[in-house]
Design a protein around this ligand. Structure first.
Ligand SMILES: Cc1cc2nc3c(=O)[nH]c(=O)nc-3n(C[C@H](O)[C@H](O)[C@H](O)COP(=O)(O)OP(=O)(O)OC[C@H]3O[C@@H](n4cnc5c(N)ncnc54)[C@H](O)[C@@H]3O)c2cc1C
Length: 401
């Protein structure tokens, strides 16, 4: 017997209580929690392509909550707690693997910085362990421990509850669960404009006609400034490309997620055996999803410096996704100056791990027309008020370039 369809593909109604623009992880999670937590089921998710075609299916699947700045810590820890129960919640195996993330220190100063971060995390109830070089060597004997290593390893900070989640399963799981609660998932339907009169949003124009809505939420990840501009909003967001890489499969060797403090570089091993890794954004504004060779070179250099054996492996694939970068590296989940129009975006490097908490808090913000307490610091006006959430190393760094 053929498998049943995971979610329905209904014709769009002329009107919904809530329309969510964008069927990525954040849009789908928002629709699910609108129905589940707030009893609002007359909801449509409007996706211009197919479910999973955006960054939710392009990321490197890393989840963690090793944040330090108030405003970020509680939000990302809430997300990690939701990840821990997500397969059960959605009745869909999301392959949540809490294999631990180890961030390597390449100088004594970095160890001091990690000690401060770890202490802050623990004070906030988040798990963190400081490892000396000997302890790291026991866990990761295959790193370059030679005397002439380009970046000698001094120790690490570990978050044991961090790990990976199968990204496609997250999109499919939320889509199936939202659809089962009555949410309409409308694929291949592009939002081309917003219906705004007297400062109030009452619907969207789409490639399949106008759809009226009591409230509209934008959750379009790498297209936030483009879509928000249709509603007359100019955002402090730059769109950049971020690449990811996977090698040919090898036997299990990398048990954890490893990040590196010498450059932005991180690596894990997929269940199929490929080493999955990535680094920085390419560093210029673009909407193409193709990466540049200079970034491939930098990332490959990082990989080989860290684990010399990688030079013997063939790179199977690399791909890119568009990331919306804010100046302080932190996102927006908030109301907008237009009534009944809500914004979710600017996720920089951290949108996948945020998915459950983003849906949880964005649905609350829409349902109550009031920001959830966990996202009060993710407002649009934080730059004019001088309340940036500058968790170092996450933003587009325009002011440092
Ligand atoms: C290579 C790479 C690696 C990454 N690795 C990680 C990681 O390890 N951990 C982590 O936390 N984050 C990571 N990220 C970031 C993370 O993937 C994103 O921040 C997150 O997925 C964005 O949210 P989303 O899932 O809703 O986005 P998307 O899946 O991109 O969803 C947005 C949707 O909006 C749709 N859309 C756009 N415009 C319109 C329109 N006009 N009308 C209708 N629909 C529209 C798009 O088609 C898209 O499907 C990575 C990103 C990339 C590119």
């Amino acid at each position: 017997m053929p498998w049943p369809k995971a979610w329905e593909s209904p014709e769009p109604r002329s009107s919904y209580d809530v329309v969510i623009v964008g069927g990525g992880g954040h849009g789908l999670a928002t629709a699910y929690y609108l129905a589940k937590n707030h009893g609002i089921t007359n909801v449509a998710v409007i996706e211009k392509s197919y479910i999973g075609s955006g960054n939710v299916g392009r990321n490197t699947t890393l989840i963690r909550s090793n944040y330090m700045i108030g405003g970020n810590t509680a939000f990302f820890e809430h997300s990690l707690k939701l990840w821990e129960g997500l397969s059960h919640e959605l009745n869909f195996n999301c392959m949540v693997s809490q294999r631990g993330q180890i961030v390597l220190a390449v100088s004594p100063v970095q160890m001091d910085v990690f000690a401060r971060r770890g202490n802050t995390m623990r004070l906030n109830g988040i798990d963190a362990e400081l490892l000396d070089a000997g302890e790291v060597r026991k866990l990761l004997p295959y790193l370059d421990w030679s005397k002439d290593a380009r970046w000698p390893i001094h120790g690490a900070i570990m978050q044991p509850r961090a790990g990976t989640v199968r990204h496609d399963a997250v999109a499919w799981g939320y889509a199936r669960a939202a659809s089962a609660l009555g949410v309409h998932i409308i694929e291949n339907c592009e939002v081309t404009g917003f219906v705004i009169e007297n400062g109030t949003c009452s619907g969207v124009e789409t490639s399949r006609g106008r759809i009226n809505a009591g409230k509209v939420g934008i959750a379009v990840a790498g297209h936030t400034s483009h879509v928000a501009r249709m509603a007359g909003l100019k955002l402090p967001v730059e769109s950049h490309i971020l690449q990811a890489f996977v090698t040919e499969p090898i036997k299990p060797i990398v048990d954890n997620v490893i990040s590196w403090g010498a450059e932005l570089f991180y690596l894990s091993q997929s269940d199929k055996g490929g080493l999955v890794f990535g680094g920085h954004i390419d560093g210029f504004n673009t909407y193409t999803q193709r990466g540049q060779f200079n970034r491939i070179q930098t990332v490959a250099e990082c990989a080989v410096s860290l684990m010399p054996f990688i030079s013997r492996l063939r790179l199977l694939r690399h791909w890119g996704g568009i990331q919306d970068m804010t100046p302080d590296g932190s996102p927006f989940i908030c109301r907008t100056p237009t009534r009944n129009l809500y914004l979710n975006g600017g996720w920089c490097y951290q949108g996948f791990k945020a998915t459950p908490a983003s849906g949880w808090t964005f649905s609350h913000t829409i349902a109550h027309d009031q920001e959830h307490e966990l996202v009060r610091d993710f407002a649009l006006d934080r730059f004019e008020k001088g309340r940036e959430l500058d968790e170092f190393g996450l933003g587009n760094w325009t002011y440092k370039q």
